[in-house]
Design a protein around this ligand. Structure first.
Ligand SMILES: NC(=O)c1ccc[n+]([C@@H]2O[C@H](COP(=O)([O-])OP(=O)(O)OC[C@H]3O[C@@H](n4cnc5c(N)ncnc54)[C@H](OP(=O)(O)O)[C@@H]3O)[C@@H](O)[C@H]2O)c1
Length: 379
C-alpha cells in the first residue's frame, strides 16, 4: 500500500480538508495546469502510418432490452463519421461498467438500437470541425461518452483526454470511469476527513477498490463489505482496514457499532442500492452522510425523508457526469487521477480482458458477483 508521506497524497488530504472548511478556495488552490504531451515526430509518423479507414466495423448492438442474449456481436456495423465537436477514435481497450447492464435491461431507459459502453481508450483517427482542445490525429486518448462497445467511436472532444505517454496500455480505460467516480465521491459528495470511519459497500468491486485506496491515502478508516473471503482479502490488500461479509454476518449493525466503538460511521458509500439501505440508516453516526450511488442489488424504492430526521442525516444520490460536466472539472479530475496512478502507484486491478466477441460472458460475470476490479474488452 502507499506510504502516506508521498507529496501527492498529502495534497489529497489537504485538498479534502480545505474543501470541507472553505469550498470556494479549492478551485484556486488545486487547479493545476493540464499538460498535454506533444509528440510532433510520433504524430507525424502515426498519421501517415495509419491504415485506410474501413467502411464497416465490429461492435455490439442491442436492439431491445433484455438479458445478456440482447447483446449482439456484429461485424458489419457502419464506422461512424465525426461531426462538429467530435473526434473519431479507434478503440483499443473498452471499459465494462455495471451501468452498462442497466442500459441493457432497461433500468435506465435509452433509445434503441444502441451500441452500449461508456468509456474507452484508443487512438484519434480523424477530427471533426470545432476541435477546441488541440487534440491531434494519432493522439492516444481516453474518453467518456456513449457507443464504446465497438472498434470505432465518434465522441465529443469535450470528454476526450490525452493520456500521459508513460501510462501503460489499457490502464486509461481501466481507471477512468470508476477512478473518477471514487475521487468525486470522497471530494464532492462527502468530503472525507482523516480519522473518519467510512463504510464502503462492494469494496472489492471496480469503484470499491478505488475507494479503499483513496480513503487509506486520506487517513480514513475504511470498513468494507463483500460477499466472499477472497473478495474481502482483495479489499484488505487495497487498503480496507476492516471487512464484513454482508452476505453471512447475522448482526451487521452490531458489528459496525463494535468496530466504531458505538459511534457509527461518518459516511456510507453505497453502490448496492436497495439491499443495504436499512443497514445504512442504522450504522450512520449523527450528522453522517448516506451516499447512495448505484443499484447493483436493485434501485432504492421511494423513501420517506423524515427518516433522516432523528440523526440529522444527509442523503445524496450523485452521478459522476454531474461532477465533471465542465471541461475544467473534467481536466482537473483526470489530471489528478493519472497523477495518482503514475506518481503514487495506485493499483489498477484488472479482473480480465475479454475479447469484444465475449461480451455476453463479461456481462454474466459482472452480474453474478464473480469479479473484482475492472473488466476490459479488446476489439
Ligand atoms: N453514480 C455514479 O456516477 C456511478 C459511477 C460508477 C458506478 N456506479 C455504480 O456503482 C456500482 C458499482 O459499479 P462497478 O462498475 O464498480 O461494479 P462492481 O462493484 O465491480 O460490481 C458490482 C458488485 O456489486 C456487489 N453486489 C452487491 N449486491 C449485488 C447483487 N444483488 N447483484 C450483483 N452484485 C451485487 C458485488 O460485490 P460483492 O459480491 O462483494 O457483494 C459485485 O461484484 C454500480 O451500481 C454502478 O452503477 C455509479
Amino acid at each position: 500500500m502507499l506510504p502516506r508521506t508521498l507529496p501527492h497524497l498529502r495534497k489529497l488530504q489537504a485538498h479534502t480538508k480545505l474543501r470541507a472548511q472553505a469550498p470556494n478556495r479549492i478551485q484556486t488552490q488545486f487547479q493545476r495546469p493540464l499538460i498535454y504531451p506533444t509528440f510532433p515526430i510520433r504524430t507525424f509518423v502515426r498519421t501517415f502510418a495509419m491504415p485506410p479507414l474501413p467502411k464497416v466495423m465490429k461492435g455490439v448492438l442491442i436492439e431491445k432490452t433484455g438479458g445478456v442474449e440482447a447483446l449482439q456481436y456484429k461485424t458489419d456495423l457502419p464506422v461512424p463519421a465525426p461531426e462538429e465537436g467530435e473526434i473519431l477514435v479507434r478503440n483499443e481497450f473498452i471499459g465494462v461498467n455495471y451501468i452498462d447492464t442497466y442500459f441493457r435491461t432497461g433500468l435506465y431507459p435509452a433509445p434503441k438500437p444502441e451500441i452500449l459502453g461508456r468509456e474507452a481508450e484508443g487512438t484519434v483517427i480523424s477530427i471533426g470541425s470545432g476541435n477546441k482542445y488541440n487534440i491531434k490525429e494519432g493522439s492516444r486518448v481516453v474518453w467518456l461518452g456513449t457507443g464504446a462497445y465497438a472498434e470505432y467511436s465518434a465522441v465529443s472532444v469535450e470528454k476526450a483526454y490525452v493520456l500521459p505517454e508513460e501510462l501503460p496500455a489499457g490502464i486509461g480505460a481501466a481507471a477512468l470511469l470508476q477512478g473518477l467516480t471514487a475521487l468525486t465521491l470522497i471530494r464532492e459528495s462527502h468530503p472525507v476527513q482523516p480519522g473518519d470511519f467510512i463504510l464502503v459497500h462492494a469494496a472489492a468491486g471496480g469503484v470499491g477498490l478505488w475507494l479503499c485506496q483513496l480513503l487509506k491515502a486520506l487517513g480514513a478508516h475504511t470498513i468494507g463489505t463483500s460477499s466472499t473471503q477472497a473478495k474481502m482479502d482483495e479489499a484488505t490488500a487495497n487498503g480496507a482496514e476492516f471487512m464484513v461479509n454482508y452476505k453471512t454476518e447475522t448482526d451487521f449493525v452490531g458489528k459496525i457499532k463494535e468496530i466504531t466503538k458505538g459511534e457509527g460511521v461518518r459516511a456510507v458509500f453505497d453502490s448496492t442500492g436497495k439491499d443495504q439501505l436499512e443497514n445504512d440508516l442504522e450504522v450512520l453516526a449523527r450528522k453522517g452522510s448516506l451516499v447512495s450511488f448505484g443499484n447493483s442489488s436493485g434501485a432504492v424504492p421511494p423513501f420517506v425523508i423524515s427518516r433522516l430526521a432523528p440523526k440529522c442525516l444527509k442523503l445524496l444520490r450523485p452521478q459522476l457526469f454531474g461532477y465533471i460536466s465542465t471541461r475544467e472539472e473534467y481536466e482537473k479530475y483526470c489530471g489528478e487521477l493519472f497523477d495518482f496512478i503514475l506518481k503514487d502507484k495506485m493499483n489498477v486491478k484488472i479482473h480480465e480482458t475479454y475479447p469484444l466477441a465475449d461480451i455476453q460472458r463479461a456481462h454474466t460475470d459482472i452480474e453474478s458477483r464473480k469479479t473484482t476490479g475492472k473488466l476490459l474488452l479488446k476489439p
